[in-house]
Design a protein around this ligand. Structure first.
Ligand SMILES: C[S@@+](CC[C@H](N)C(=O)[O-])C[C@H]1O[C@@H](n2cnc3c(N)ncnc32)[C@H](O)[C@@H]1O
Length: 273
């Protein structure tokens, strides 16, 4: 990941545009989402007359694809100005005629001094790809509420996110609990940790080490472990949780899709009610 600005940006490869930064993978291009946006557009669900906000835009994946559909102004936000510098390098090279139609908004989108740079009711779409895992519950709620304020009527909020096969983990927790109940009937000395040690594997995202490092108070609520990166939290959520939050905060769900090629990636498109 770049730390010193533009000169440190990963190369724009001919084949793959996947890059790596401190908060996960980022890309310069996004063909798959290009098709998804085009599909929404041709169904008349995506109106690009008003500006787009790309939250946690990283290296700007999606800009080329949205510009191709006629977006006229894109706000590119990211916590990291270094990432935005790479996005700018890519956009200036790839879309020289469109560079004046991009505005860069560095900073934490959940902070009011950042989000309030955008006028209320002014946006067509808020697009947030691979950002949910980096937000805690309060920040996610703030993003949803603020998106509602900033979107024009019928504007869209589009989340793309991975959850590291959380469904599988939840299933595993169910199995562990069932086995614990059977085991403890036979031998009162068996503890839940004994069963977890048998069940958890190092190749699972939630290894026993990760489980042990999770405070006991947090292990019980269906989340057997929470992963910590070097200095940040990775918060994996079920699509149903996000749909509920959206519905509770003034959105209608238009589409909720699991990407077939990558069965841990979800897209939720919601319309401002
Ligand atoms: C995994 S990258 C995804 C980048 C891009 N959306 C993509 O899909 O290629 C996550 C990005 O979110 C940014 N980020 C994390 N927390 C943020 C926050 N609170 N506000 C704005 N950006 C944030 C990170 O700096 C990083 O560039």
């Amino acid at each position: 990941m770049s730390t010193q600005g533009q000169s440190q940006c990963p190369k724009i490869e001919a084949q793959s545009h996947l890059t790596q930064n401190g908060l996960g993978k980022s890309s310069y291009n996004d063909l798959f989402m290009g098709y998804y946006f085009a599909n929404l557009y041709f169904k008349g669900k995506l109106n690009l007359n008003k500006p787009v906000l790309m939250v946690g835009a990283g290296y700007g994946a999606g800009v080329v694809e949205l510009m191709a559909l006629g977006a006229n102004l894109i706000y590119l936000n990211d916590l990291s100005s270094e990432n935005l510098a790479c996005a700018k390098m890519f956009i200036n090279k790839t879309l020289p005629l469109k560079k004046n139609f991009i505005q860069y908004i560095p900073g934490d989108i959940t902070h009011s001094d950042v989000i309030e740079k955008i006028p209320d009711h002014s946006l067509s779409i808020v697009y947030a790809k691979n950002i949910i895992p980096f937000l805690d519950a309060k920040q996610l709620l703030q993003l949803i509420k603020k998106s509602h304020d900033k979107l024009d009527s019928n504007g869209l909020l589009l989340f793309v996110f991975e959850n590291n096969r959380l469904e599988e983990q939840i299933d595993m927790v169910r199995q562990i609990n069932a086995r614990f109940q059977i085991a403890s009937k036979k031998d009162l000395q068996v503890t839940l940790d004994d069963i977890v040690i048998q069940q958890y594997r190092e190749d699972k995202i939630c290894s026993f080490v990760a489980y042990e490092n999770t405070p006991k108070s947090l292990r019980t609520n269906g989340f057997p472990c929470i992963l910590y990166g070097d200095n940040f939290l990775i918060n994996f959520l079920m699509p149903s949780t996000i749909e509920l939050l959206l519905k509770q905060n003034g959105f209608i769900i238009l589409d909720s899709t699991k990407i077939a090629q990558r069965d841990d990636t979800f897209i939720i498109t919601a319309k401002k009610n």
